[in-house]
Design a protein. Sequence first.
Length: 509
Amino acid sequence: MIGMMYLVLTAMLALNVSTNVLDAFTKVDASLHVTLDNTIEQNAMQYRRFERAYAENPTKVGQLYMQADSLRKASDELYNYIQNFKVEVTKLVDGEGFDSTARKIINTSDFDHPGTYAMVMLDPETGEPNGAVLRKKIEDYRELLMDVQHYSKRARDGKPGQIIRGIFNTEKGVNNDGDSIPWEASVFDGMPAGACLAILTKYQNDIRSYENRTVTRLYQRITANDFTANDIRAYVIPKSSYVIRGDQYEAQIILAATDSTARPDYFVNGVELGEDGIYRCTASGSGEQKFTGIVRYKQGRDTISMPFESSFVVGEPSASVMNEDLNIIYRDFDNRYVVSAPGMTDNQLKLSVSGATVRREGKFYILRPTADAKTVKVTVQADMNGKIQTMGEKTFKVQRLPQPMPYFVDAGKQVDASKTARKNLNKATILEIGYGEDGLLEVPFEITSFDTYILRKTAKSSGNKFSAAQLKQIGQLKSGDLVLVQNIKYRTKGGAEQQYQGNLTLVLK
């Protein structure tokens, strides 16, 4: 529309403008005011709706309400500045008899005063020409519209931004000589007063129109994330349905499909809970514990009460301690234990041990008795939301590991001591000691030294393999000869060295 006005105005400048044409601009201005008055009334209604929504739920509406309020202030500021601009131009054009509302103008064909006010006369606050100040205010308002509507950079550069820039256009114009001139010069310099006032009214109309569009979009965002539910129920979400006697039961009472910013009221056994809806009570007795309550919420102007019931189980303190290897604890050995308690997670449990050291390896607790300990006491404790609860305890007797049996291994196979081939006794043959495949324990023993008595001569080894002297003796043997292995010493990992009480005899075949 503004572009069409510019074309008409340009044509008017080239012609001897008649009074009828100038009167037409007065009629256009009057028509714009009719639309403007209607839009102002619609805006007032929209702001009243916003204020009611904010009063009912300030948490939900607060941010949108502040954006709408900032838009209202900016729109009023620019609208009033243009209105004052119109009044000052009318005063210059018509003199003492001017219309203070700037709705009527007598000297509509005045070509001089609009340009004088816009291009020559200065704004008292900024000291800049009034037209330049108006241009900057329009540009600032244009950017505010895109900010409030959350336009991205893509939207600002794309069609949405182009539309707003077109409506609130402040680009430079071109004079008759083809030279670039400021926006304010192209609008006011050499233009008749009637046309100028119509253009300014058009900007006022655009301000109120886009204010209405924007505040309507903001209001729609209040319910943008809402959803309609056809099944509203109260639910109890316990933190744990298993509670130890003396501990605290905790459950979350919720209402499905409720608005988190308009919380319901929660009651359990007639007692009102806090706004978080968390129910806490101290567990007493044993077995199932039931409770009932209601959730009270708003639905329009009505208050709805939704009943509910739930229960939890109270158990006696207990714990189970299981030895992965045997039901006794051995000295100089990493005894592995798995600890559990009903209703407790692994992270909630911890061990308190006397008579042994303890460390954690994966799911196992590794217990190793101290040198002088005769018993080891294991106490299982649980962290119940910051409160330490003893779940159970057990005392174990400390015993030495039973004596293992020695045997030779060659090429991964155990050597038969009753009929041993001489080729199976070589430099790669290993002396091992343990409980065998059918043993109750798998203990990582290691041989530290052993002696051989062959052909009435003793030879020594400082490890678990034959020494050179021992292999030399073995090389002299024949079928039926004996190899007596004695002074066998061994140890567990990290344990003290021990001596095998006995000998190992090999018979060559």
